[in-house]
Design a binder for this molecule. Sequence first.
Ligand code: HPA
Length: 273
Amino acid sequence: MSKAIDKLQTALKAVREKTDFVPDIALVLGSGLGAYADSIKTVCEIPYSELPGFPVSTVQGHSGKFIFGYDGDKKIVCMKGRVHMYEGYEPSDVVMPIRLMKLMGAKILFLTNAAGGINENFHPGCLMLIEDQISFLVRNPLVGPNVEELGTRFPDMTHIYDESLSGIIIKTAEELNSELFKGVYVQLSGPSYESPADIKALRLLGGSAVGMSTAIEAIAARHAGMKVCGISVISNMAAGITGEELNHAEVQKAADSVSARFEELVKKSIAAF
Ligand code: HPA
């Protein structure tokens, strides 16, 4: 067995000592977007700090725990808070929780994040369905010995965001009369925000929104055969668009302000999955 699978099995054992809950859907809640977790019927909570070998977030506002529970008849595991590469973790460590949720039984991964809007038609507080992503500006999380137990060495990423799940999210937004943009998410490592020239370059590359998470999680999930979908909350326009400076507190405040609409879309979409 590879080392990574040993680490995962050890963490899985620690989870199974606390709960035998088998989730169908894994949901990663981005900064300021944790409120959805309060709306589910909680069965068990496990702080990441209680899991051996687990990367633990150090960022304020990213309190880290798994929350297991029911949203209607759907069995969910939420990650309230995630770790980021800018904290110093290897990409393979950052995706360990995703792989663990797969081993717990989750077949669908719903990724969410706060992101800066690159597309000038966006506005702070709008939502973007992630249709595709640009990940090559950060290291690939699958670098290293392949974890054969999870997937193949050279996994395909053509349909990285599942078209049928995305279709359900689009239809749900229409039913809710809730504005939903579509676009390409770009992951950078952070932790600094981008320069205006970075943003112009990312726009030329085809990016619609930029953030410091998500893309490597989607890669790890597809590698492991999960179906992936995602929504970005555009918390701010990216650097240089409005001329205003960016700061983390403002990003979180903006994410908070849209959280009710976000939560409704996530909840109703999950009900329809
Ligand atoms: N850039 C990178 N990450 C972000 C941003 C941004 O403008 N907003 C929220 N996360």
